[in-house]
Design a binder for this molecule. Structure first.
Ligand code: FES
Length: 288
């Protein structure tokens, strides 16, 4: 069931609309070991929890100190729009060009950054801001987040006030692709269904398409609905707040965390920010 959320007046600055409106630490070795491939994710779909181990593979497609995000199209060379660009650096212009082929004007791709599985989306937020909020005019929306018990955690804008760079004002958003359910890799349009179809509706509901979809047990995540929420490291139980995208359905307890990006020329690069003394890398530790 989709959660209700309260509205907050839409801030104009930065062109974003608003709906409702201790981290554990990841050490360098952990950071580098999360390689993945889509085939492993598909394998995990049939293996359930056991599949978790199969997707912890030696890192690929990124090296320490290399901040560029790379396409990951292994196994989808003939089907994904970026199939011929496997392990090439992602360029914003590629996403903009691909978006012109879609009804929603969005695009997305699976990728790898520093050995981590990621999904990158282009959302025409700056283009659609100022137009009526109607179907297939996607934009970023910021919202309140509630934990698994329904307790209010905070608002995405609270994090933006502390660190404005967390907001994806380049229209490019990067999302860590490890499902908070059992750590499979959602990816981008790995399957065709109503959740992955080229359709957008407002409000972070489970209706419409353009969702990140976890093929293991069907969790769905809306890359346009930005919220603050809370997750926990499953090894040591420590909880941490993070900025991420909303879970709209399925068994995952919460949504997926953002990885900040910067656009260097045309190249999409990952960024690491420190907010309240906590690194944004720490938001990625829930599968440790
Ligand atoms: S791992 Fe179960 S829904 Fe993603």
């Amino acid at each position: 069931m989709v959660k209700e959320f309260n509205l907050r007046p839409a801030p104009q600055e930065g062109g974003r609309s608003s709906i409702s409106d201790d981290a554990t630490s990841m050490n360098r070795r952990q950071f580098m070991r999360y390689g993945f491939n889509t085939a492993a994710g598909i394998l995990a779909a049939s293996m359930g929890a056991l599949g978790f181990a199969t997707i912890l593979m030696p890192g690929g497609g990124g090296s320490e100190g290399d901040s560029a995000v790379k396409y990951w199209a292994k196994g989808r060379e003939d089907t994904a729009w970026y199939g011929s660009m496997h392990l090439q650096e992602m360029k914003k212009s590629d996403f903009v060009a691909e978006a012109s082929n879609t009804k929603t004007g969005t695009s997305g791709a699976s990728g790898v950054w520093q050995g981590l599985p990621v999904t990158v989306n282009y959302i025409p937020n700056s283009h659609n801001t100022g137009t009526p909020v109607v179907d297939n005019k996607p934009r970023f929306q910021t919202a309140e987040g509630y934990d698994t018990t329904g307790k209010y955690v905070g608002h995405f804008e609270d994090i933006v006030e502390k660190e404005p760079l967390i907001f994806p004002d380049s229209d490019i958003i990067m999302i860590f692709s490890r499902c908070p359910h059992l750590c499979c890799i959602p990816g981008w349009q790995l399957v065709d269904n109503t959740f992955t179809e080229d359709h957008w509706s407002a409000g972070g509901t489970d209706s419409g398409g353009t969702k990140l979809f976890c093929i293991c047990h069907s969790s769905r995540f809306d890359p346009t609905l930005l919220e603050m929420n809370i997750n926990r490291n499953r090894s040591n139980g420590q909880e941490f707040k993070y900025a991420g995208i909303r879970l709209t359905g399925g068994p995952a307890p919460v949504g997926l965390p953002l990885i900040p990006v910067i656009i260097n020329g045309d190249i999409i690069e990952g960024n690491v920010l420190t907010i309240d003394g906590v690194s944004t890398l720490d938001w990625l530790t829930y599968c440790d």
